[in-house]
Ligand binder design. Structure first.
Ligand code: AMP
Ligand code: GLY
Length: 423
């Protein structure tokens, strides 16, 4: 098979790495890829939806896999399907589960899917009034549309609530995504990211991981795209998996069918385990980053074969993903200053052929290569070092050992990945 993988982050590096091992693969193209994906396939420049269709036809691509949410919410899957081109991912209308938090919340309410209670607002005056009457530290502000993980605010007091609402409604920082907001009850507990492959009413088993979103150790500082992850979490077991499947995943999958927008692709449930049960914080319509980088090395099955099955319109039975009984820890190496301003073009030392030695893998993310085969930083999250072991301790040790062998100017990482994710 010829495959086109869309995206260029650490998530796509992990998918490319795994797919390159498939017996079904002839040629893998990655658009735009990064400094590392050229080890597994051919990097091609960024493509618009129409350019991607042309590319797929010219290069006889049998399957297109979409990494990021933006092309999905723009309708790439619909455009491919009307041309009978096979693609892994949800349609534009099914992507609303991630693309509109208000739409998703209405769905949860209508179908009794457990989530935080909330109200929607579309102006400064009424939302500010809400916080004059309610303690801001018990609520969360969320912009409706896609905001690269930056659209959630947790004000501690009225002043912080006012600042967030001003950014949204006066400064228009989020454009269309911030025209409406949700103010949602603040929940407390351990978060878990749960991934399930879905094709209409057919679903795979779930894969779980925990993400470390804040920039600083001890889960402090601003939110980032994710500074590390572990998989599986220590508390994950088959009982929890079947509860999540029957109380959250299946009702959502059925609800989407009922609403006329059946889901295909990967359904990513961001859940929180509270004293009052497991609740949905959000759904995404794509693989998580950096969760994917830690769970993909645990997959025994041929991922390409499975993604192809979940892309076709006639999947007849649930197909499961076979997993190794190993633990995985991933530590993101970021550029100093991320998630705000950071420098680019710093040469990376310590990346060599041994990046996939037994027990650890380095996936590249914000990197680019030069003609001299040197690798330079080209983003906020630069690399992820993944350790694989028989225990958490072993996987952590291997991940941090790998971290020590890599250097670039301004390299920053959390020292506590693997800690504080018990229930
Ligand atoms: P989301 O983009 O909705 O996943 O939100 C990003 C992060 O904000 C989550 O991973 C949580 O850490 C936090 N968050 C979102 N909603 C809530 C909530 N209702 N209560 C507490 N924390 C939340
Ligand atoms: N790591 C969280 C996400 O991919 O949205």
């Amino acid at each position: 098979m010829n495959v086109l993988l869309i995206g260029g982050g650490g998530r796509e590096s992990a998918i490319a790495w795994k797919i390159s091992q498939s017996k079904l693969l002839r040629t893998l193209y990655v658009s735009p890829g990064n400094g590392g994906t050229s080890d597994f396939g051919i990097n091609v420049p960024s493509l618009s939806i129409i350019e991607a269709i042309d590319f797929v036809k010219k290069n006889k691509v049998d399957l297109t896999i979409v990494g990021p949410e933006a092309p999905l919410t723009e309708g790439i899957v619909d455009e491919f399907r009307i041309r009978n081109l096979t693609i892994f991912g949800p349609t534009k209308s099914a992507s609303k589960i991630e693309g509109s938090k208000i739409w998703a919340k209405d769905l949860f309410k209508k179908y009794s899917i457990p989530c935080a209670k909330s109200d929607q607002f579309s102006d400064l005056k009424s939302s500010l009034e809400f916080f004059i009457n309610n303690d801001p530290s018990e609520w969360v502000i969320k912009v409706n549309g896609i905001a690269s993980g930056k659209g959630v605010f947790m004000p501690e007091n009225l002043e912080e609530a006012r600042e967030a609402l001003t950014e949204i409604f006066v400064e228009n920082r989020f454009g269309k995504s911030g025209e409406k907001i949700l103010i949602e009850e603040r929940l407390h507990g351990v978060e878990v990211s749960v991934f399930t492959l879905v094709n209409n009413n057919k679903v795979s088993n779930c894969i779980a991981a925990c993400d470390y979103k804040r920039i600083k150790d001890g889960d402090r500082g601003p939110n980032t795209g994710g500074m590390g992850a572990i998989s599986p979490p220590s508390f994950w077991n088959s009982d929890m998996e079947s509860k999540i499947k029957s109380n959250i995943i299946m009702p959502t999958v059925d609800a989407m069918i009922n609403e006329g927008c059946p889901f295909t692709g990967v359904l990513f449930a961001g859940l929180i385990i509270t004293k009052k049960g497991i609740k949905v914080l959000e759904f995404n319509c794509r693989f998580g980053d950096p969760e994917t980088q830690v769970f993909i090395p645990r997959i025994k099955s041929d991922l390409l074969e499975i993604l192809l099955k979940y892309s076709t319109s006639t999947l007849e039975e649930n197909t499961h993903i076979e997993l190794e009984t190993i633990h995985s820890t991933g530590v993101v190496l970021a550029s100093k200053g991320y998630p705000e301003k950071f420098a680019l073009n710093k040469e990376i030392d310590g990346l060599s052929e041994s990046n996939q030695e037994f027990g650890s893998i380095v996936f590249q993310a914000g990197t680019k290569s030069s003609n001299l085969s040197k690798i330079y930083t080209d983003g906020g999250r630069v690399l992820i070092c993944v350790g694989l072991g028989k225990s958490y301790e072993e996987s952590r040790e291997l991940a941090y050992k790998k971290v020590e062998s890599i250097k670039f100017d301004g390299m920053y990482y959390r020292k506590d990945i693997g800690e504080n994710r018990d229930i």
